[in-house]
Design a protein around this ligand. Structure first.
Ligand code: NAI
Length: 683
């Protein structure tokens, strides 16, 4: 085949059978995305194709990584106003309409991810063929960025698979494997990757007949049914996404309810809706969260190979789960504990997680083989990385390091999972203090994405980089932080939790306190979180922080722990748990605004202190840490972004007023004055 036209991103080739092959291989990028430049070229090539019509047009990717990952998210941030966004979206719609209007068969060949704008492009083709590779995933995850499909995808997907399936895919953002996509009619054929080209030739010559939609999908499209279903979808969506904070899914339901399958009116409305969403605060902040996530991943990218053989010492709650997670992610793990019964528990916990996640017997067995109980600690001498997760006790940890260090390989990393002991104190027992880092995992390891990578002045930066690469290698997000008490996440979270305890002590019902936080956008209220983490753990972190910072430990917390009220694990904390829990308390309706201020301003005040002290290198990394470490309202873009959006002067004034009423724990950190000055206000 001779290339007809080679552009920067696309190649157009015409073969002897009269087929035109359009291959996307975006320049200077490992994955394909639909940037404006990619769309510009596509538009020109489509004009070429239309001038000299082939027998069929086949669109495919030149990248081994996948088809198209979606729109170019970086370009979203350059959109300054709604009109500009509208022009861009209408243009994209226009290009896809050109594909749809070609009077010859159009075939999309999908191998690897096919997401967002990539799937919208595929939907504009007449025939879709996917490879049966497990990496092939089709989805429209736009809601996660605070928008919905805008290149005609809302109309075409519903037209192809029906409103029930189509809306479900767009509202959840879930991606489908090739066979699941074929089952709902999203793709026409699934073949092994090596047969894709032949399948394209065959189906282009004899396009498959479109099957009629199932009856329930057809019925759902009638105007009367639409109203009922839209109401139901709104109620279901409200359980997951607060309409005040996350408008996109509701905009999508509205569009469908208003326009159904009236395509031309719908395209215009779809574009207007996305233009409004994409320039609104929620989408801007969700895009920010996405780019922050990419930045965290960047901190773990390395030229040299990351550690692959791991030895974990301490098989309790954390060490056990860390070892299991590492084995699940392909690491070779040995796990050591003084108590052999603990090792047995780790193995059975591991079995359960492997079975739940991996499903296939071969994979489950391979993961189990990678998790080896090692009571003698023989793995120390072989490991690239040793992670210590024994009791939170300086003397015990130091004694252990003295035994372990002489047996380490010269290039091995030594990491501690301590949640509160400064690295400097632990490093004092080492011959080579430069090789010690903190890898602070959060509980439960299986769910919490963030791992703080802690360094002190003496730490070798290369060791820290390798630690971050390891974290990325086990599909976790590394956040570099300095060795300050509580590091970043616990330090910022704790004053907010303690304020909630104080409010409860004053007689405010826990459900009201928690509701104030979830209304603000926190994923769980602070008292429910305290119950989940364990009140004893909260108390111990609070006591450690109170030695370094003006943190008062509320007496009621000490009393509860002394009385054995530890939260979920003891059945009683701020709430009752387990079989005797009864019904959850009724949702409170009126939340006094001072509750929200007291909770959130303590969190924000501590965030400002950490920013001033550079516990994380800059404001963006700090926001990333708090979002991924605590679930802080993603639509607000992080605590410091929230301070900037609300105005630091106004928040500072509120803090000062609270300090007047409630005392020194609300004393504004000196960092606020700097923020106000930076914003151009008067300090
Ligand atoms: P845990 O009490 O559940 O487990 C500690 C384990 O270490 C026990 O199984 C014990 O037998 C073993 N152990 C003690 N000394 C040992 C030694 N010399 N050699 C081998 N094994 C030994 O403790 P947990 O909660 O897992 O905490 C471990 C570390 O992780 C602590 O430093 C803690 O601060 C930190 N951490 C705890 C979190 C949590 O939520 N529990 C969260 C993040 C960090």
């Amino acid at each position: 085949m001779v290339p007809d036209t080679i552009c920067r991103h696309w190649i157009l080739e015409r073969d002897a059978d009269g087929l035109a092959w359009l291959t996307l291989d975006r320049a200077e990028s490992s994955a394909n995305s639909l940037s404006s430049a990619v769309l510009d070229e596509l538009e020109q090539l489509l004009a070429d194709v239309a001038r000299d019509l082939p027998q069929a047009v086949i669109i495919r990717s030149g990248k081994p990584s996948g088809f198209i990952a979606g729109a170019d998210v970086k370009e979203f941030t350059t959109l300054t106003d709604r009109d500009q966004a509208l022009t861009l979206i209408r243009r994209g719609q226009g290009i896809l309409t050109r594909i749809e209007a070609l009077p010859v068969p159009t075939v999309a060949l999908i191998h690897g991810f096919c997401l967002g704008g990539g799937l919208e492009l595929v939907l504009a083709c007449r025939i879709r063929i996917a490879s049966d590779d497990p990496a092939t995933r089709l989805g429209l995850p736009e809601v996660m960025l605070g928008i919905h499909p805008g290149f005609g995808g809302t109309v075409r997907l519903i037209g192809l698979v029906g409103p029930l399936k189509g809306l479900e895919l767009m509202l959840t953002g879930r991606a489908l494997a090739a066979r699941a996509a074929r089952a709902i009619g999203l793709v026409d054929a699934v073949v092994p990757e090596r047969h894709l080209d032949n399948a394209a030739r065959a189906l282009a010559a004899q396009p498959p007949k479109r099957k009629a939609l199932p009856l329930r999908e057809r019925l759902a499209g009638f105007p009367l049914a639409r109203g009922l279903i839209a109401g139901q979808l709104r109620r279901m969506t409200a359980k997951k996404a607060d309409p005040r904070h996350y408008p996109a899914p509701y905009a999508l339901i509205d569009l469908w309810q208003r326009f159904g399958s009236n395509a031309s009116a719908n395209y215009a409305a779809e574009a207007a809706s996305v233009a409004a969403l994409i320039t609104g605060p929620t989408s801007r902040n969700l895009v920010r969260v996405f780019t922050l996530q990419e930045r965290l991943k960047g901190t773990g990218r390395l030229e040299t190979p990351a550690p692959r053989t791991v030895h974990v010492i301490g098989g309790g709650t954390m060490g056990g789960d860390i070892a299991i997670w590492c084995a699940l992610q392909g690491m070779h793990v040995t796990i050591q504990d003084l108590d052999t019964a603990r090792l047995g528990q780790v193995v059975s916990r591991g079995q359960a997680l492997f079975a739940k996640t991996l499903k296939e017997r071969r994979l489950i067995e391979a993961a189990s083989d990678r998790l080896v109980p090692d009571p003698e600690g023989n793995g120390v001498a072989r490991a690239d990385l040793v992670i210590e997760a024994i009791f939170e006790n300086v003397a015990a940890k130091s004694a252990l390091y003295r035994q372990v260090e002489p047996r380490l390989r010269p290039e091995a990393l030594l990491a501690t999972n301590t949640s509160s002991i400064p690295l400097e104190e632990l490093a004092a027992s080492l011959q080579h203090p430069e090789r010690l880092i903190g890898l602070h995992f959060f509980n439960p390891v299986e769910k919490m994405q963030l791992v703080e990578v802690v360094t002190a002045a003496q730490t070798d930066p290369e060791i820290a980089r390798r630690g971050a690469a390891f974290v990325l290698g086990i599909k976790r997000l590394p956040l570099p932080v300095t060795s300050s008490p509580g590091f970043l996440v616990n330090r910022i979270l704790m004053p907010y939790l303690l304020e909630a305890v104080t409010l409860a002590e004053e007689g405010m019902p826990p459900a009201v306190i928690d509701r104030a936080a979830t209304d603000f956008g926190m994923p769980m209220g602070p008292l429910r979180l305290a119950d989940t983490v364990g009140l004893d753990i909260c108390l111990s972190v609070a006591q450690i922080l109170s030695r370094h910072f003006p943190v008062e430990v509320p007496p009621s917390l000490e009393k509860m722990v002394a009385a054995g009220c530890l939260g979920r694990k003891s059945g009683q904390g701020f709430y009752r748990h387990g079989p005797g829990a009864g019904k959850p308390p009724a949702k409170p309706t009126a939340i006094p605004s001072e509750i929200t201020s007291r909770l959130m301003l303590r969190l924000l005040n501590e965030a400002v202190a950490c920013w001033r002290e550079q516990v994380a290198a800059d404001a963006d990394l700090l926001d990333a840490g708090v979002i991924f470490g605590t679930g802080f309202a993603p639509f607000r873009g992080g605590p410091l972004q929230h301070v900037a959006a609300t105005g630091s002067a106004a928040l500072l004034a509120e803090l000062e007023a609270l300090a007047g009423r409630h005392g020194s724990r609300f004393q504004p950190d000196p960092g606020w004055r700097q923020l106000v000055a930076d914003e151009g206000g008067r300090p």
